[in-house]
Design a binder for this molecule. Structure first.
Ligand SMILES: NC(=O)C1=CN([C@@H]2O[C@H](COP(=O)(O)OP(=O)(O)OC[C@H]3O[C@@H](n4cnc5c(N)ncnc54)[C@H](OP(=O)(O)O)[C@@H]3O)[C@@H](O)[C@H]2O)C=CC1
Ligand SMILES: CC[C@](O)(C(C)=O)C(=O)O
Ligand SMILES: [Mg+2]
Ligand SMILES: [Mg+2]
Length: 355
């Protein structure tokens, strides 16, 4: 454990596998996170049972991967740790089905705090409620486990009925490979609010809008779509790789002085005070529950706005240009292989299903 920072970071040596070795873990869902947790747990010697609907499209994949599969109710009934890895929007109804299968002293384990934090799931007082949230898409959680690297994650304890919740969560984090890289202790509230803000304002929403706005600015000014694609989307990965390896400094060191001066003076023109005020508003809507209420209502209404926005995003010109360009260049094969290996990525399956 290191205490160099205010937050504590836990590694393999801080986790005692005996807290999970003799338990049965029900992994509900076999999508992005579910397939990674289930396979990593099993490879770490933990008894795993995957909980899926009778007619689940994921059932064949889980069985092909050598895992036992049952319904969520059967799996929860057999297990002492229930890892809830179905989509956030269906977790409340799946929880309602399995609630009566939880015995005193069992554990409800999450990878994101949305439903507990916003009161969509109210666990009984006599169960432990914990979170190990890998800070990564599920396919990398699996890939990093297999390569030996591990994936950084967060640990939080919402409810400690047994007095053993944190130790068991750490053992779970070790079994899925997170403590190899490092696990940071946090709370359900902090994980939920920072995760939602990050994906909305920066990682997913912010970056996608920045890319499209840059692309449209160049194309509207008469530059070729191919140039705009390379400049605003393709090169993004190469720049972010440098930041990932060595922070912003590594990126500024590697680009030309011209890029560095231009970036340092013009970046703040684009992300100006107005953009920062908008970010603040996005954060407030996460903090005061407005986003959560909107997302719950959107689902209850059958996702009309979500579907419409997905279609518009898919039909953006940059997607067509990118598809054609990726086919023409050497890295196309590698990209395709990675996408194909993401068979369990239900996000991409959902998009395909909506097509
Ligand atoms: N995606 C990620 O990388 C990350 C996700 N998380 C969190 O992990 C959790 C899981 O997310 P994610 O992995 O994206 O989920 P997915 O969308 O990938 O989950 C899909 C899986 O859930 C099953 N499922 C869907 N609906 C039901 C249902 N009603 N009953 C039973 N099973 C069902 C699907 O099976 P079927 O074939 O039956 O539809 C499929 O196996 C969430 O809390 C999320 O916030 C945290 C960090 C990153
Ligand atoms: C960044 C998106 C994420 O929060 C994640 C992969 O961590 C998610 O909800 O998928
Ligand atoms: Mg996240
Ligand atoms: Mg998230």
């Amino acid at each position: 454990m290191t205490e160099e920072f205010d937050t504590e970071i836990y590694y393999d040596d801080d986790a005692d596998s005996s807290h999970i070795d003799d338990e049965t873990v029900a992994v509900l869902g076999y999508g992005s996170q579910g397939h990674a947790h289930a396979q990593n747990l099993a490879d770490s010697g933990v008894d795993v049972i995957v909980g899926l609907r009778e007619d689940s499209s994921s059932r064949a994949a889980a069985e092909d991967d050598g895992l036992r599969v049952a319904t969520p109710v059967e799996a929860a009934s057999e297990a002492s740790i229930v890892s809830v890895l179905v989509p956030d929007t269906v977790q409340p109804s799946v929880y309602a089905d399995i609630e009566s299968e939880l015995d005193a002293g069992d554990t409800l384990q999450f990878a994101h705090g949305f439903n507990v934090h916003y009161g969509q799931i109210e666990p009984a007082d006599d169960v432990d409620v914990t979170m190990i949230a890998p800070k990564s898409p599920g396919h990398l959680v699996r890939r990093n486990y297999q390569s030996g690297e591990g994936t950084p994650g967060l640990l939080a304890v919402y409810q400690d009925a047994t007095g053993n919740a944190k130790e068991q969560a750490l053992a779970y984090g070790k079994a899925i490979g997170c403590t190899r890289a490092g696990v940071v202790e946090t709370t359900f509230r902090e994980e939920t609010e920072t995760d939602l803000f990050g994906e909305q304002a920066v990682l997913c929403g912010g970056v996608a809008e920045l890319i499209k706005a840059g692309y449209e600015t160049l194309v509207d000014a008469g530059y070729s779509p191919e140039m705009a694609y390379f400049e605003c989307l393709n090169e993004m990965k190469l720049i972010v790789d440098l930041m990932y390896e060595g922070g912003l400094g590594a990126m500024w060191d590697s680009v030309s002085d011209t890029a560095e001066y231009g970036g340092l003076t013009r970046g703040e023109v684009v992300v100006d005070d107005h953009a920062r005020e908008n970010m603040q508003e996005v954060l407030e809507q996460v903090q005061n529950g407005e986003f959560a209420r909107e997302w719950v209502t959107e689902n209850q209404a059958g996702r009309p706005s979500y579907r419409q926005r997905r279609i518009a995003e898919k039909n953006h010109e940059i997607e067509d240009v990118g598809e054609r360009l990726r086919d023409l260049f050497a890295w196309a094969d590698e990209t395709e292989t990675e996408a194909e290996s993401s068979e369990n990525d239900s996000e991409s399956e959902k998009v395909r299903a909506d097509d």
